[in-house]
Design a protein. Sequence first.
Length: 365
Amino acid sequence: MLDPAFARQRQSRLLQQMQTLEIDAVVVGWSQHVYYFTAYRPFWLQEAAFLLSSDGRSTAFVAGKTPNAPAADDLIEFQGSWDGTQRQDQPATVAALVLDQLKGRKIKRLALDASAVSSQILLQRQSVATAADPVLWQMRRAKDPDELNLMRKAFACADAMYARARQIIEPGIDEIHLFAQLHEAAVRVAGEPLSAVLGNDYSCGAGGGPPRGGKQARAGEIYILDVGPAYRGYFADASRGLAVNGDPTDAQRKAHAALVGCFPIVERLARPGVSCTDVYRAVDEHLKSTAGAGLTHHLGHGIGLQPHEFPHLNLRWDDVFIEGEVFTVEPGLYGPQLGGGIRLENTYAIKSTGLENLVTAPLDL
């Protein structure tokens, strides 16, 4: 799990933001935010909350006894289930506990995230609050060492999935069977169930999509495997295109070479302070000149507690890279002449010395 010592550091950074914005208290109820600030990961059917006051005191609100104490000064427990039945009124219950803690305090500016608990706080408090989400999303960009440790485990799961795929992909393999085999490979490396539904793309000859019942791979097609295993709340993301019969066509080889050529461009350009759209345009121009077609979707995105986070390598945003964040690069080329299409994806951590690729699976077809 996340390290409580780093969770305390994240609380200190949030406190600095509160002082700058003159916020008296912050309450987060989204389980990912609670996990981020307390190193306590709520059971997926139970609510939780975290309160940080401007005096630096923190409170965690959790369902029942916890095996690992949250990183908080105060701990308030409630019953998330009654006689084995999960309670549906948990958001309102947690909100009431939070408001009880706020009684008697001079709270002029309260900041909330967008969560079921926070909405109940608004309903019960009947007053205006400040949105905390913009600050929280930016805080989550630069990953602490404990976060990276969990992500490395998730990427080890992804690498195992590709190793298994290369062993068993051949004409006639069923998409659902392959998906099940890859899920097993990921779980064995994780040593426990994955913490989210296994995404993303597991269809053959189609340019992407979920596995389809009754669909079998055919010679000449490309199997796009864009895998997203999650370990203890943190996601990996990687994509490879594999020729079903192991003998790609000339058109597939040419497209693949053009896509492989995108990564050195990103590795050369992406640095703290560089515009993500500048990197997008450089890759787009490369593909136009080498493959005759540019990008048809985003170049990539941040990743962490969610599959898509900041930064956005997308012309609809104007993000700038910062040190410490983790982002994907996933150029693709598609069409029937390519047996559906090819998408390749690496994921990078931005270090002071450059980029570190977290994916070790080979890129070859």
